[in-house]
Design a protein around this ligand. Sequence first.
Ligand code: SF4
Length: 399
Amino acid sequence: MKSRASAGPLSLYVHVPFCRAKCAYCDFYSLPVGTCLDSALADGYVAAVLAHTGILADRSGASGFDTIYVGGGTPTALPMGAFVRLIEGLANLSGPAPVGEWSCEANPESLDAGKLRVLRDAGVNRVSLGLQDMDDDVLRAAGRASTTKADALRALDLIAAEWSGRFSADFICGLPGQTPASLTGGLVRAIDAGAGHVSLYDLTLEAATPLAGAVRAGRTRLPGEDSDRAARCEAERIMGAAGLRRYEVSNYAFPGQESRHNQRYWESGSWIGVGPSASGSVSLPDGSVARSNCARDLDEYIADPVGSSSEEIVAPRDAAFEFLMMGMRTFRGVDAPEFHRRFGVGIETLFGRSIDRHPDLVIAGERGPAPTSEGLDLLNVFLRDCLAELAESAWRPGS
Ligand code: SF4
C-alpha cells in the first residue's frame, strides 16, 4: 500500500471483530467468542491494531484524529485487560489535541461499570449501545442470542447512573416478530435513560445469513411492509415528541448531538480504518479517492496488518457521484463549494437536470442541493437520474 497524506481533518475507525454470539441477521465480520475470548488472541489483535494505527497515522501526516469510532463486532466483548490496552493505546496515539468526538460501541450483555470508567478516563465521550429491540421474543426470533431484555435494562440503568457523556441507542426496524409496540417500548426506555441520539436502521436481509436462509425456507416470516411502516411512524412520532429530529436517512438526534464521525462519511471526508474488514478512505488532490480494505480474516490481519490490506483507487467520476450520494443522505445536503473545489466542476453542471426534475425531492439547502423529507425516503429515484445524467455528461475530470 502507498503512503497517503490527508489534506483535511482525519478520522479513525477501529473494527473489533468479536461478539459473544453471532446474530442470525448479521454479516459484519465478527467471530462468536462466548464469554471467554482467548487472551492471547485478544492481545494479538490489540497489538496489531495499535501498530497499524501508528503506521497509518504517521503516513497521513495528520497531527491527530478529529473523530474516533470504535465499532465492530462488539468492542465490549474484549476481556478487560485487552479492552484497557486498546482504549488506552488509542488515546496515546490520538495526538496532542483532545479528540473532538470519540465513540465506542457497546452491547448490553458485555457492558459494565469498569468498562465505562475505562472509556471515560481515556477521553471517550460517546457510547453507542446496540439494543435493536428490547422484547425477548423478538430477540429470540431474530437469532440475537447474546442479549436479553434484562441485559438491556441493566445496561440502560448503568448508563443512566454512571455515564455523563453522550449516549446513542441503535434499533432495527423489521425484525421477525417485531411489532410497533415492541420497537417503541425499547425506544422509550432508551430515551428515558438519556439517549440523545438514536439510529433506527431497516433490517437488510443479507443473502448469506442464517436469517435469510430461514426466510427463504419459510421457517421465519418478516413483519411485512405495512407493519414496518407503522412501527417506524410510531417511533418517529415518539422521537419527535421527545425533541429528537431526523437528520439522516436512519439517524435522529437532539440538536447538537448528531454524530460527527458519521458526518465525516456523509461529507466524503478522510478516515483511516484498522482492524479486520475495516475500510478507510482518503481524498486525493486530483479528485480521486484511495480506498483501503483490511483483510477480512483475523489471523491474516494479526500476522501483517499493513501487508494484508489492499487499496483501490476510486476514479474522480465515481468519487463525484459518491460525494453527491453521501451528501444527499442528510438534511444538510451536499456541500456544493467543496464539490467544486474537489472536482473542478459545479454540481449543477453535472446533475442540474436531475435536480430540476425533482423539486419535490430536492431543494436548495444552506450549501447546495438537499433532500426534502420525501427525498430522504426516495433517494434512489433521484440518484438513478443523476447516474444517467453523469453517464451522458461530456465532463472529463482534470480537463
Ligand atoms: S452483536 Fe452486532 S456485530 Fe455482533 S453479531 Fe450481533 S449484530 Fe453482528
